[in-house]
Design a protein around this ligand. Structure first.
Ligand code: URA
Ligand code: ZN
Length: 383
């Protein structure tokens, strides 16, 4: 089927330098090389279960995680014209403070170089339209464990000089205390000033107790942490930003929420109603006002959602939350959720999302074009 411009805004890589760093570690996150078979990636704390033999822990990690040529083949296979690549979780969250800045610079330079080399190879003068060309752009990563927020701010400013960087990816822990931490103010200010898009992505999920304890979580593998833990983590993180008035203080901040905002579009009315009934919050022993801008206004002006939700109900909620199709962007979550059977070329995780978009916007060509690539190209200035 011929499609309009397709841009994948949710697609991850672990550059070879990051893979080497994970291989040198013995605690989460780490890569374990069994005597035979594929290396294993142990990144979620629930993966590192001592009752599971180490050779079977986590998930297999093949070249699709780090070899950009594998991603380019995947893009061709699925009709994707352009990908905005981002480091996968858990980014640099776990690094020793003294190492954070160096690693961020190294990873971000690697991402920039990968995009530059690739795009040059197909269009040395950078004049061709994006359609039909496999182009790469990137969301950079931040040295969030660095000893001072100044280091993070300086990296954001430096990123502005790298031509293929279009924003930053971040988890929900911030500087270690969540995204309602006042100390993040300078970081929000720098993102606002540079108008970089902040791609907010989950990693930590919910404690096992939320699902009935470790035995239950183990019984169902990755289903509970990935299907429910991830989306709720994102929802909680962005709600804490809202409650702490981040969007009042930084009204031009632009955020892209992973997995169609977790459950935010569905729960927005309930969140707003609870805020209204609570009236004010307690901070430093005194009363402080709640957010001044409504969640609906924030959804319409500060928040973009990816379309990685695998169904029409989720997509309809996402469109309703943003009051239109101009805030929704196609994504794949590659290289996670690979085909189920050996040798299969088509990724069911990707075709499910394509089908959900087609079914949700049936007969609305402009909406389909906006969601598949038009919105990303406009917002991220890709052309
Ligand atoms: N699992 C992860 O750990 N990260 C993703 O982005 C998707 C699935
Ligand atoms: Zn992802």
């Amino acid at each position: 089927m011929s499609r309009p411009l397709v841009v994948d805004v949710h697609t991850h890589v672990y550059p070879p330098s990051y893979m080497a760093m994970l291989r040198a570690r013995k605690t989460v996150p780490y890569i374990h090389d069994p005597a035979s078979g594929e290396p294993r990636l142990i990144i979620l704390s629930s993966d590192d279960d001592p009752s599971i033999p180490i050779d079977e822990r986590g998930r297999p990690v093949d070249t699709s995680y780090s070899d950009i040529n594998v991603k380019l083949s995947f893009m061709k296979q699925h009709g994707i014209d352009s990908s905005v690549i981002s480091l996968a979780n858990p980014w640099l969250d776990f690094l020793d403070p003294a190492e954070a800045q160096q690693w961020a610079e190294r990873i971000n330079n690697d991402l920039e170089e990968t995009c530059a080399q690739n795009n040059k190879s197909t269009d040395p003068d950078n004049t061709l339209p994006l359609k039909g060309r496999s182009t790469l752009f990137a969301f950079a990563t931040l040295p969030l464990s660095a000893p001072s927020p100044d280091i993070i701010v300086n990296e954001i400013k430096r990123l502005k000089t790298l031509p293929h960087i279009r924003g930053v990816i971040m988890g929900t822990s911030g500087l270690g205390n969540g995204l309602d931490d006042e100390k993040l103010g300078p970081v929000w200010a720098a993102l606002e000033e540079t108008q970089f898009l902040l791609f907010l992505h989950p990693h930590y999920g919910l404690p096992d107790e939320a699902f009935g304890g470790p035995e239950v979580t183990k019984r169902y593998g990755h289903v509970l942490p990935l299907a429910l833990g991830f989306p709720l983590e994102t929802t909680i993180a962005v709600t804490r930003m809202l409650l702490s008035r981040v969007f009042d203080k930084f009204p031009r901040l632009q955020i892209l929420l992973a997995h169609s905002g977790g459950t935010l579009p569905f729960l927005a009315g309930r969140i707003e109603s609870c805020i209204m009934h609570e009236r004010k919050f307690v901070e430093n022993g005194g009363d402080v006002p709640g957010p001044q801008r409504s969640i609906w206004e924030v959804l319409k002006t500060n928040i973009f959602l990816d379309a990685v939700v695998y169904g029409t109900a989720g997509l309809k909620a996402a469109v309703a939350a943003g009051e239109g199709t101009d805030r929704l962007m196609f994504g794949t979550d590659h290289p996670f959720f690979p085909p189920l059977n050996e040798g299969e070329k088509e990724w069911i995780s990707v075709t499910t999302n394509y089908k959900a978009i087609d079914a949700t916007f049936e007969g609305q060509q402009e909406a389909v074009a906006a969601v598949l690539g038009g919105n990303a190209a406009r917002v991220l200035k890709l052309e």
